[in-house]
Design a binder for this molecule. Sequence first.
Ligand code: TPP
Length: 568
Amino acid sequence: MTQMTGAEAMVRMLEAHGVRHLFGLCGDTSLPFYDALARLDHGIEHVLTRDERHAAYMADGYARVTGKVGVCEGPSGGGATYILPGVVEANESSIPVLAINSDISAASRGRYTLTELDQEALFRPLTGWNGVIRSATRLPQMVREAFAHMTSGRPCAAHLALPFDVQRQPVEVADVWADASLGRYPSRPQGADPAAVLAAARLLASATRPLFVCGGGPVIAGAFDEVRRLAERLGAPVATSVSGRGILEDAHPLALGVVGSNGGTLPTREVVADSDLVFFIGCRAGSVTTEKWRHPARDRQRIVQLDADPATLGANYPLDAGIAGDARLALAQLLDALDAEAPSAHASTPRGDWGSARVQAARAAKFAPFAELAASTDTPLRPERLVSTLDEVLDPQSIVVADPGTPCPYLSAYHRIERRGRHYWSNRAHGALGYSLAAAIGAAVGSPGTRVVAMMGDGSFGMCCGELETLARLGLPVTAIVVSNATYGWIKAGQRSGFEQRYFSVDFGRTDHARVAEAFGVRAWRVTEPADLRGALAAALEAAGPNVVDVCCQPLHEARAPVSEWVA
Ligand SMILES: Cc1ncc(C[n+]2csc(CCOP(=O)(O)OP(=O)(O)O)c2C)c(N)n1
């Protein structure tokens, strides 16, 4: 056999890039592709989802825990528009997700064919790379291009449209090959310009109160040792964005935790404000992490930035030094440069009360009021009690995914990270409600045997509960915790703090989420009394399969959430 069909070639190209899981849902224009998946022996497991949006979120969660490209698929028309939100989140979060939508045949274009839409134009501004495969002879090369773009430089999402007729056209077998290393990320990490490294090293060495703010970049790059060694050498507190959680375990004396408007607290903000040099590592210095560019302040602190994407450097702050490069490689170069410049000086000597002493004081000030509220037996149950009890019963090997609303600020601030790596995250690019359940399913597929917790508000639950069927069918060890407060609490809190409590169109009815879960065949607990919480959570986390814990919680507008705009 010297030829195969386009559909078969797509399956073989995915296989050749090391793809083992494919999340998605069927459609008329996908039939040849599905038939190839059914007929060929390829080792790819197809995970049938109930919505393309969640297929993309699953691919995202899968990519975050495996270090591999996550792949999702759906049909033309609605399949393409529905898959889009997950592709956008992955792209902006630097997570390599490949979305494939089948498409109508070339001959059907412009004839009011059902599901016709311009997929190329739709995905162009929202992916790092995309294209319509207009001829099967181009298919192998286009798949290779997609993988190369997704996993090199700043990782990104890619989209391929696979027309129906192309799925049936012939492809030469000899053209079907791949560089399997492009199936993982970062695939082609690049070191930094030595002159830029030297300039940054000199600034860091001369700072008296240096502080790091790590984004998701060093986590993606696997720069765990490099960040720790550099921080210890300089005695620098290590703060993170929400996406940077896990770069250092919380038990490390220099781990300051999250800073910014979502999960940051006044004590941690003060450490940022008191530093004389802030080093953004794989962090874009966006609005949330910097509290709208107020912390750090442009005029009082020196700023150094390192990023895999050169365009990010200096986008938000004028830089005293900027380094373009992979965080793991560039930080190793920085350590070497510091050794060469000043072999003995600045060797892990905390300066005055800077460094670990300052971090410990800030952590104590941050956690004291939290612990007080966590001990409260008030009804409805306080979010502090929920997060604190979860950490008491959670196996540290677990993975936790947070939706926006109550989960993101509370978990980002107070959930204890016991080991380095991507074990906790939230969808911080767009913060769309309804992400965590599907991302947790993807993470559970990618990390077999690991308990994965998805914490969501009831607003999020309403946007994702259809995937409880997928969860029940797969029997995965996912625990969904629903913060039930019958309101879009985050927005209501904004109406309270910024609009004189003129509450408008934010409250909805109370759902019994446990009964909904049971209807899908998922075991569930409903908790209304604080005294019952621990038992329910422990039972859910110990159980073998999927489950839901519905917790009636204090709404955000009445709580003391770590959200700086409301605290102020
Ligand atoms: C898809 C989407 N629509 C709207 C928003 C705006 N938004 C941000 S937080 C929030 C309320 C969240 O409500 P819920 O999930 O019930 O959690 P709570 O804040 O009550 O804890 C809304 C509507 C969003 N983030 N995503």
